[in-house]
Design a protein around this ligand. Structure first.
Ligand code: AP5
Ligand code: MG
Length: 199
């Protein structure tokens, strides 16, 4: 299996790039944000609990996320690989993910960090907020999400650097150019991507 983490601040393009990577290399895109928003849309018990965290820009507590994801992950046994988007977001989540994947002998192979200036991510999220239904794309909540990212998620850069898995991509370019750079990295760093999947 080819397991990859797409890492970056809110609005850096994790979802945009993950979708394209998943389609090109036939991998499964697992976005915790999308999973949670889906629960909210369906008004499930879990959705009702997590809504207040998301709409205030806070992370959903680790115990809730991990329990839910554990069940989700069991649905994905047969996939060629997973792109984790928006997960892990804390060191605790990263350690638990490592343990979970260790048991299956399918560790994270690469962590692709998308680097984008803060002014640009704010501009992108405000732009999207004009017509998205996301309750967290409001300017004050965007600032909160960035603060939470710096405090709780940014330290994962060192965690993955120490594991020798971190690669960086300049995310300031147009999405298709960023995607080309990611494809080059994947095809250089991974011996798990077969030629037949590369169009
Ligand atoms: P999540 O859904 O993961 O949101 P996020 O990390 O805040 O990031 P976004 O989804 O807003 O941005 P993105 O990086 O995916 O960029 P995108 O491609 O959309 O999490 C939301 C909330 O859920 C969290 O705050 C938390 O409450 C909770 N949560 C989720 N996971 C959790 C976890 N593991 N633990 C605890 N809580 C968790 O692009 C953004 C915009 O820019 C789009 O409009 C796009 O079209 C545009 N764009 C993309 N690329 C480019 C480009 N290259 N140039 C110009 N525009 C671009
Ligand atoms: Mg996203």
């Amino acid at each position: 299996m080819l397991n990859i983490v797409i890492f970056g601040p809110p609005g850096s393009g994790k979802g945009t790039q993950s979708k394209m990577i998943a389609e090109k290399y036939n991998l499964l895109h697992l976005s915790t944000g999308d999973v949670l928003r889906n629960e909210i849309e369906n008004n499930t018990e879990f959705g009702i609990i997590v809504k207040s965290y998301i709409n205030s820009g806070e992370l959903v507590p680790d115990d809730l996320i991990l329990k839910h994801l554990y069940y989700k992950a069991t649905e994905y046994e047969d996939t060629k690989g997973i792109i984790f988007d928006g997960f892990p977001r804390t060191t605790n989540q990263a350690e638990i993910l490592d343990k979970m994947l260790e048991k299956r002998s399918d560790p994270i192979k690469l962590v692709i960090r998308i680097e984008v200036d803060e002014d640009e991510i704010i501009r992108r999220m405000i732009g999207r907020g004009e017509d998205s239904n996301r309750g967290d794309d409001k300017e004050n909540i965007i600032h909160k999400r960035i603060k939470v990212y710096k405090e709780q998620t940014y330290p994962l850069i060192d965690y993955y650097k120490e594991q020798g898995k971190l690669v960086c991509v300049d995310g300031m370019y147009a999405a298709d150019k960023v995607f080309k750079a990611i494809c080059r990295i994947l095809e250089t760093c991974s011996d798990n991507i077969g030629e037949e999947e590369i169009s």
